[in-house]
Design a protein around this ligand. Structure first.
Ligand code: PLP
Length: 230
């Protein structure tokens, strides 16, 4: 079941790339494994998946301890400042930095552990009240300020598009994020690259890829629907 799902997702990534003349090697699939048991993660690991995304610090750490150490763990969920210390040397990339205060804590804790923290700045592209992330308009200033911190390296942008029935409805948002990342890249800020564009989930990752996503975060499409009541 999971294996079939994974095959399908890889095929979809390939065909979305083909449609717009991109090389599938430009797109990293992150298997979003939140709420799913370690046995399921082990199954997709056996099929070659090495990128996993979790949205809770504790869950990420517990799973990391039980699985092989060549896995890259992505922190994709909202991060509280008091949890940064635990995660800063465990996640290869923190996708969800959306304030200077949080970034300062990330840099401070990274310095204590003598690592560089790789981060994305999360954009709330549709200005939804229910979502975290900074507005498109405020993004450039935030990037500039975070870039001054000593133990953080900004690698790009992340966004969670609105929940829609028809993925085409999000195409315009993906285009806006892509444009924002190109605009920021043009400013050539020290310590900042815009190489990563983390956008697209189960419902809309093909459209996101067509519009330039370099990382897609797929949970349900691989592991099936989540049950939060267990
Ligand atoms: C849960 C989650 C996903 C995956 O969502 P699916 O619709 O199951 O693919 C992607 N990104 C973030 C930030 C998430 O929290």
């Amino acid at each position: 079941m999971i294996q079939k799902n994974l095959e399908k997702v890889w095929q979809n990534i390939d065909s979305a790339c083909k449609k717009v003349g991109r090389n599938p090697s430009e797109v990293t699939l992150i298997a979003v494994s939140k709420t799913k048991p370690v046995s399921m993660l082990a199954a997709v690991y056996a099929d070659g998946v090495r990128e996993f995304g979790e949205n809770k610090v504790q869950e990420l750490i517990e799973k990391q301890e039980q699985l092989p150490n060549d896995i890259h763990w992505h922190m994709i969920g909202h991060l509280q400042r008091n949890k940064v210390r635990q995660i800063v040397d465990k996640a290869c990339l923190i996708h969800s930095v959306d304030s200077l205060r949080l970034a300062e804590e990330v840099s401070l804790q990274a310095e204590k552990k003598q690592v560089m923290a790789n981060i994305l700045v999360e954009i709330n592209i549709a200005n939804e009240e229910t979502k975290f992330g900074i507005s498109k308009e405020a993004a450039y200033d935030l990037v500039k300020n975070i870039a001054k911190l000593s133990h953080i390296s900004i690698k790009g942008l992340m966004s969670i598009a609105p929940f829609v029935e028809n993925p085409e409805d999000n195409r315009n948002y993906f285009q806006r994020i892509k444009k924002l990342s190109v605009d920021i890249a043009k400013k050539k800020i020290d310590n900042v690259t815009m190489d990563i564009l983390s956008m697209g989930m189960t419902g809309d990752y093909m459209v996101a890829i067509e519009e330039g996503a370099t990382m897609v975060r797929v949970g349900t499409g691989i592991f099936g629907i989540r049950n939060y009541n267990i």
